[in-house]
Design a protein around this ligand. Sequence first.
Ligand code: G3I
Length: 347
Amino acid sequence: AWQVQSMADRFSDSFPIGAAVEPWQLNGKQGKILKHHYNSIVAENAMKPISLQPEEGVWDWEGADRIADFARKHDMELRFHTLVWHNQVPDWFFLDEDGSPMVDETDEAKREANKKLLLERLDTHIETVVDRYKDVVTAWDVVNEAIDDGGGLRETAWYQITGTDYIKTAFESAREHAGDDAMLYLNDYNTEVPSKRDDLYDLVTDLLEDDVPVDGIGHQAHIQIDWPSIEDTRESFELFTELGLDNQVTELDVSLYGWPPDNAYATYDEIPDSLYDEQADRYAEIFSLYEELDADISSVTFWGIADNHTWLDDRAEQYSGTGVDAPFVFDENYRVKPAFWRMMDER
Ligand code: G3I
């Protein structure tokens, strides 16, 4: 995979090409692919709150530092994922001074005190992390997945305890510590789905009216071969661009399966060539759109490198009992797939 034309070179006029990585993927063949094909990286898990601050005031920088050092050394952009999320955040954030869950508190005065404490913890987390990595980070996922698929804001512990103040505090703290030039994103999945896109639009317009420093939308783009439509995808980029916001594609992968993925193939050998060809067409279509809208899209990142390591395998297993997915342009042995050639086509 490192002998063919580089993806980063191919798209250098349009946007950097990124990959999500675990620290152990920086060496060997995957390291070679990273250096050849990508000019941006993001930590798949190593920079989430549970990885960085598993206990209050106890920091674990090992994996995150290795990824940041790789970006510095090889002059790559680093996307930071993620300052705030409802998953992979340790429980201690949400326990009051007595060790009881803040969400259960009914006393008004204590609820106020808990809210203050939680926002202070958030600010401390952000200040510490931002100071350590701001020299190399080019884009910050400040808040991840704040919108509920069923409508409105997701009723996480963050939301139950602080309302939308956690979003405000997170962006203000990131701005204060990372500086005026830092690029700050609200990141979410299914941003192409009109109802969810509109909820995200409502949230971000409220935030902007309130002078909350949001710079852009991160579109995760965990997509499928037939879904979402290219029209909905285009409309989503255009809508946020009209608001004056930047767009980044932050977690791209093209699953071979529909929803739910309950018919996954058990092994790579069983996956028909025709399905890989359909996936290749999809990659051609989506990259044509990205190139056409390149003025509105400042970065495109895959949520992994090659088919041998993808969160979609866990999802396939969960719904099909057993199974593999193969969402990338490099196969499980790091060979280029039909999708690679189609996305690289000159248009
Ligand atoms: O590190 C532990 C290990 O010690 C333990 O033995 C093992 C047992 O299950 O778990 C390991 O943690 C796993 C972790 O990945 C690291 O491999 C977690 O169980 C597993 O849940 C976690 O999954 C991650 C998932 O986020 C968590 O929700 C995926 O790798 C990661 O790709 C995925 O990424 C998310 C983005 O952050 C946000 N957008 C959606 C995307 C896909 O779900």
